[in-house]
Design a protein around this ligand. Structure first.
Ligand code: HEC
Length: 156
């Protein structure tokens, strides 16, 4: 099926307006709302990663290339969402976030970037049709999620 692409100027306006909205919402959100939102982004990463990608890599559910590509693409967007919700103003809200997040912000940021880089590689691999490589990369992403959880998230 052929789709008409939107002219670049429309895309520019929409993206620009989205950025402005995000900034405003961020400035106004209360700490408990920020915590809910960042947890929601994490919960959805759990849906697509722990619920679909990881069990495919572990052979617990059948591998489906289209489903893997879809889940990886969602994960890539979701994995960029939680971070602006981890601000010091949320420290007093009960959550799974450890104080280390605010004590070692550089290390926390590195863990984010590492996970995002590995997820981007996963997205690229899902377009390659190489099932073994996709599965191997899912397990690399799993390590990147766990590395951060080990250091910055309360033990479950
Ligand atoms: C840079 C650190 C970091 C990375 C990377 C990270 N997480 Fe998290 N995750 C956290 C923190 C911190 C919390 C606790 C957040 C809170 O309670 O506010 C959390 C919470 C969660 C939760 C529980 C959400 C809830 O409702 O309380 C799930 C599910 C989750 N992460 C999944 C993932 C998956 C899947 C990945 C990898 C694809 C991932 N996370 C990568 C830091 C990270």
């Amino acid at each position: 099926m052929k789709r008409k692409l939107l002219p670049a100027w429309i895309v520019g306006i929409v993206v620009g307006a989205g950025a402005g909205y995000a900034l405003n919402a961020f400035a106004q959100a209360k700490p408990d709302v920020l915590v809910k939102q960042r947890q929601a982004a994490m919960t959805l990463q759990g849906k697509y990663f722990y619920g679909q990608l990881r069990p495919m890599a572990q052979g617990k559910i059948p591998y489906d290339a289209d489903q893997a590509a879809r889940a990886a693409a969602f994960l890539e967007a979701l994995s960029r969402m939680p971070w602006d919700g981890f601000v010091p103003g949320t420290r007093d809200v009960k959550s799974g976030a450890l104080p280390a997040i605010y004590e070692q912000p550089g290390k926390f940021k590195e863990a984010q970037e590492r996970a995002q880089a590995e997820i981007s590689k996963l997205v690229a691999l899902t377009k390659s049709g190489d099932e073994a490589a996709v599965k191997a990369q899912i397990l690399v992403v799993n390590k990147a999620c766990s590395a951060c959880h080990n250091d910055f998230r309360e033990r479950q």
